[in-house]
Design a protein around this ligand. Structure first.
Ligand code: FE2
Length: 369
């Protein structure tokens, strides 16, 4: 099955936003990303602007509508800023698209080719949960800054003053929130359509606090380059964080993007200094002797992690350090995770309780628990 839909990795995370110029500035300053490509009225794009930023292999495209009445403007009005496309790089768009449709995926855009002086790109798109899509991209014969129609752009600000001039170097995983009872349907979708397999599973007590709960399963391609956890709300005493998301986003969509970093301490320091807000972790988390015993030796002194509220988790393969931002737009919907892996292929299962209690405190403050 995995041979029927080979993937090279994530191509881009595409956001629809209300003000792409300011969003590009935010990701440049706060996330240390570098503006590399642009399209807008100056380049002949009459309906929308788009800013393309990179950090290592991670690529974000920020799209904004130039006028009302476009599908992009409608999307932003309904969902506010959010992720519209998890674009995947594949070696053969035609074959991937044909396979996907044969396996029951809904086709949105049939394969087509774009060309300019830099070569050609083949693209197609299929639907996934909510209004989210997967564009399939073959850019193996293309040397331009992004896609035909975009021009190279200069960075908006000076590069971050950190090692390698970058705060993070890749997209680690992209998480979707779907409605109650729909998680398994989407897990099956990724298995059937893309030949993905289950990586890990969290159900019930694994990720329940006393009040709110969710269920989560992770699917990934055979090389583990593309990892898509899927969440659905679970019944508990109070409202799940997933319900809050579904309510404010107006349906299923991308909940968080995890960014892989080699130095989470520096990344957190840089982002916090630039105004990014992270979820709080109580000091008791770090002082818990059980946790200290379980995580053992990690590369940074626990006091340094405690100062920055960075979480630690260990499994049979190794450990990981992680931290979560608060939502990055007005609505309590999309947020980011920073993750530094040392062998562990997990997602921080041991931190789910502490994490969810932190999220509940935020939900409570918003009056949505
Ligand atoms: Fe995550």
């Amino acid at each position: 099955m995995s041979d029927a839909f080979p993937v090279n990795g994530m191509d881009a995370v595409v956001f629809a936003v209300g003000n792409a110029k300011q969003a590009a500035h935010y990701y440049s300053t706060a996330f240390g990303m570098r503006l590399v490509a642009y399209k807008g009225p100056e380049t002949g794009s009459r309906d929308e602007v788009a800013y393309v930023l990179t950090s290592g292999s991670a690529r974000f495209e920020l799209r904004g509508s130039l006028r009302p009445g476009t599908d992009l403007a409608r999307h932003v009005a309904e969902h506010s800023d959010g992720v519209i496309d998890l674009a995947i790089e594949v070696p053969d768009v035609e074959a991937a698209y044909t396979h996907a449709l044969a396996q029951g995926a809904k086709g949105l855009v049939e394969p087509y080719t774009l060309e300019d002086d830099h070569g050609k790109v083949v693209l197609a798109a299929i639907a996934t949960y909510g209004e989210t899509r997967h564009t399939l991209v073959d850019r193996s014969n293309y040397s331009g800054p992004y896609l035909p129609g975009y021009v190279a752009a200069e960075p908006m600000v000076a590069p971050p003053d950190v090692k390698n001039n970058r705060v993070f170097q890749a997209v680690d995983h992209c998480v979707g929130n779907v409605e109650l009872g729909k998680m398994d349907e989407w897990v099956e979708f990724y298995k059937r359509v893309m030949g993905f397999t289950n990586m890990a599973e969290f159900i019930g007590d694994d990720i329940a606090t006393e009040y709110s709960a969710l269920m989560s399963k992770v699917v990934a391609d055979g090389t583990r380059k593309v990892k898509f956890p899927l969440n659905e709300p679970a019944i508990a005493k109070k409202r799940s964080q997933i319900d809050e998301y579904l309510d404010f986003y107006g349906g299923p969509g991308v909940q968080h993007i995890a960014l892989a970093t080699n130095d989470i301490l520096t990344a957190v320091d840089h982002m916090r200094a630039a105004g990014v807000q992270f979820l709080d972790t109580p000091d008791s988390y770090y002082d818990d002797p059980e946790l200290r015993a379980r995580i053992g030796e990690v590369r940074a002194p626990i006091e340094e992690l405690k100062k920055r509220k960075i979480l630690v988790d260990r499994d049979e393969d190794g450990y990981l350090l992680q931290i979560f931002t608060k939502p990055v737009q007005d609505r309590p919907t999309v947020f980011f995770e920073l993750i530094e892996r040392h062998g562990s292929l997990g997602f921080g299962k041991g931190n789910f309780k502490a994490l969810f209690e932190a999220i509940e405190r935020e939900q409570e403050r918003r009056g949505n628990l």
